[in-house]
Design a protein around this ligand. Structure first.
Ligand code: PG9
Length: 629
């Protein structure tokens, strides 16, 4: 059979010639495409031209513009699935806005990607920190001015939007705003880089952004990326020593932004003058603003509520300064799926709900003159209960001046947590904090922030049982709750601690412990969900701008303002507090010996310390919880 088969093959000359190529280079018929793009170079007042991409849904006219300014590449707005349909081609948020009848404009900030000029990371406003005549406020102004005069399809009204760094440029657009700017939506903005957004939290340095510094400084379009020498960066960082040691190893130490960090470890004027909430508090409120906050924002958990609070006193009619608080990670409100974060689910797609019910109606009202959609001044997702709630202000509960009053929950020796203050004398919980074995912020292996396999965006909802199991983490837990506990505001940790060292970090975590047996979702049984946690570098306990050694072995009061919560502890759950002295390698290690600048600590400076959290009548350590009726 085989022989017959071979014998039956056609002779070579009968094979049909291959066509030169199947590639025809025929673009889709423009009539099939429901959008178009125009790239323009917009001149600024100093002659520098900014690369700007104008996205126009087909047939659009007399339409408002939604304007975003980014350091991460405006072109990336166009790198969705190649499609003749903008719903597929654009990122979800831009696609939703285009579908709602908006022209979407995305611009490279000066000095990045296609834009001319010098790039300065977080370029401050013209003034003591900026001796040029241009900043993000003037660039937004000049761009808007050009757009309303040169984009024929617009109705002359503009709204600004952006996430994170783009949230910062959005907030800058409302400082001395152009008259055509009628609405702003800063999302998870970087507002105060020292107090609680990207660079530091209460003075503890977030070294996980060292590779960000490299990417943003090495060239203008982040062509280069650096890799750590280990997949588990915990090891890379521990081997390296201080942040400066690592920076030298990676070649970041001479980059201007890194020098600024090393030269300004404390909350000096460099940071104070850039704090946008402080600045916005001094500006008139001219542009209706919707602040977007994510409860589990792993990068900028401070910014949105701080900017909202700074602007709120100017909103006399309670109808110009809005906030939405979602159950999200950084930027999750703008992406397709808001139905879950890590292991936590939200009873539907909270992100698309926000875009359709709040974001677009907010823009429609201010940019198209649509009827008042009745958006609440504050819309907050209550995690735990998984419900959206409408409030007329934020916070709803605090020590004084809010509709409800916060209530302390006390730590007790032996690991309890309860509503009555301790009566006895002398209790404490002790642990040894060893910089050679720092507590990790999540379970190892810990992948770099830019490792394609990382789940960095969800670390704030990681199950905290891994930390509870360590001898250098102390845990306090309540009885099983027989009533629900609702929180709406900012918890404040007020605790008494001593250390055998002369400097120390303190990390406080407020946790919802699920019932051990959880029939609804058995895999969640016993889950320890952190709802609010933060770090304080002890040297700043009296002043953020003037660090001072901690007197060894003295019991001292500490206060940490924890991130905002909108949460319901359900019946059958328990409330937990964990305290520890490192959160590595997200934050650099405190040597636990006072040194002038922790960035340049020597290996010999790192020492073990014995830590005590005091829990007596004299030292009633507690968390002030923003409880609701
Ligand atoms: N949160 C980001 C960032 C800004 C500045 C420094 C480091 C990170 C961002 O997403 O833009």
């Amino acid at each position: 059979l085989l022989l017959i088969g071979i014998g039956a093959l056609p002779a070579q000359s009968q094979v049909a010639p291959l066509a030169p190529s199947d590639i025809t280079n025929i673009p889709p018929d423009p009539a099939l495409k429901n959008w178009s793009v125009r790239t323009v170079q917009i001149p600024m007042r100093d002659g520098v031209k900014l690369n700007t991409i104008v996205i126009l849904p087909r047939g659009i006219k007399n339409a408002p513009i939604i304007f975003a300014r980014t350091p991460y590449g405006a072109e990336k707005a166009l790198t969705g699935a190649p499609s003749n349909d903008f719903r597929l081609a654009l990122p979800t948020s831009y696609a939703d806005l285009a579908a709602a009848g908006y022209i979407v404009v995305v611009q490279d900030v000066r000095g990045r990607y296609g834009s001319e000029g010098d790039y300065i990371i977080n370029r401050p406003l013209v003034g003591p920190l900026n001796d040029t005549k241009v900043d993000h406020s003037t660039d937004a102004y000049d761009s808007i001015d050009w757009m309303v005069k040169n984009i024929a399809e617009t109705n002359g009204k503009v709204g600004t939007i952006g996430v994170s760094y783009g949230g910062l440029t959005t907030l800058y657009s409302i400082v001395n705003p152009h008259p055509a700017l009628r609405a702003a939506v800063p999302i998870n903005p970087l507002v105060d880089g020292w107090m609680g957004d990207d660079w530091f939290h209460n003075g503890a340095y977030r070294q996980s952004f060292l590779d960000w510094v490299y990417r943003m400084s090495a060239d203008k379009s982040s062509k280069y990326a650096l890799q750590f020498d280990r997949q588990d960066v915990y090891e890379s960082w521990l081997k390296a020593g201080s942040v400066s040691d690592m920076a030298k190893q990676l070649g970041v130490d001479t980059m201007p932004m890194f020098r600024k960090l090393v030269d300004h470890p404390a909350y000096d004027e460099f940071w104070q003058l850039q704090a946008l909430d402080k600045r916005l508090g001094k500006e008139p409120l001219k542009v209706p603003t919707l602040h977007v906050h994510s409860l589990w924002d792993q990068e900028d958990i401070y910014g949105a509520p701080a900017a909202y609070a700074a602007m709120e006193p100017k909103d006399r009619g309670n109808d110009e300064n809005y906030m939405i608080i979602g159950p999200w990670r950084h930027g999750q409100g703008m992406v397709a799926d808001g139905s879950k974060l890590g292991a936590i689910t939200f009873n539907g797609n909270s992100a698309s709900w926000y875009r359709q019910k709040v974001l677009i109606p907010f823009f429609d009202r201010n940019l198209k003159g649509s009827a008042d959609p009745g958006i609440a001044p504050v819309t907050a997702f209550e995690t735990g209960a998984n419900e959206w709630r409408r409030y007329d202000r934020w916070p709803m509960s605090c020590a004084s001046g809010c509709p409800s009053r916060s209530k302390p929950i006390y730590l007790s020796s032996g690991g309890g947590l309860g509503w009555t203050s301790p009566t006895g004398a002398g209790g404490f919980s002790e642990y040894v904090s060893d910089p050679a074995r720092p507590v990790t912020y999540r379970q190892r292996p810990i992948l770099g922030t830019y490792n394609p396999l990382t789940t960095w965006g969800q670390w704030l909802v990681d199950d905290q049982r891994f930390a509870e199991a360590r001898p250098d983490v102390v845990t306090f837990v309540s009885e099983v709750l027989t009533d629900e506990v609702r929180l709406a505001g900012q918890p404040i940790a007020k605790f008494f601690a001593s250390t055998s060292g002369t400097d120390s970090d303190w990390v406080v975590k407020l946790i919802d412990v699920y019932p051990a047996e959880y029939a609804e979702a058995p895999e969640m049984g016993g889950y320890e969900l952190a709802i609010s946690m933060d770090i304080l570098r002890g040297r700043y306990r009296e002043s953020f701008s003037k660090p001072a050694p901690i007197p060894a072995n003295q019991v001292l009061p500490y206060e940490i303002k924890l991130p905002n919560v909108s949460h319901r502890f359900l019946k059958g759950h328990r409330i937990m507090v964990q305290i520890q002295s490192s959160w590595f390698p997200l934050y650099d290690r405190n040597p636990q010996k006072f040194v002038p600048n922790i960035f340049t600590a020597q290996k010999s400076d790192y020492q073990k310390a014995t830590q005590r959290i005091w829990t007596s009548a004299r030292y009633p350590s507690r968390i002030e919880l923003p409880v609701m009726p």
